[in-house]
Design a protein around this ligand. Sequence first.
Ligand code: FES
Length: 141
Amino acid sequence: MKRHEFVKQFAVGGSLLVAAPFVLASCGKDDDTPEPKPIPPGGIEVDLEASAFAALKSVGGFAYQGDIIIIRQTETVYLAFSKLCTHQQCTVTYSSATGTLPCPCHGSVFTNTGAVQTGPATQSLKRYSTSVAGSKLTIKD
Ligand code: FES
């Protein structure tokens, strides 16, 4: 092997060795899950008459507002959670058939309280309080 070939191979191999700990550290780690953004002190108001929330007209429907998933659980009860899966921050959905929040990325499932039902996630979804007045839904920490 000529000197320049050796140096070239060493440089590539050395780069991989240097990068390996960073690459490995970023895979599959869920203990550094960022906290969802805090809700402003007055809460977030959602106009349930707005077209963006048309899915909430039906029990079992869900919609997103920023990083929050809103679910209409019954005629009068709305649930709100962080939409960010606590595993690696994919957006969770809602299954009205099972009443759970599945994550499409790696199969985690959360109950309708936000608790982990199936991993790999190990931490619950952040749950917010909700109240309804007329067609206004207010979501608070
Ligand atoms: S991001 Fe991995 S299960 Fe949700």
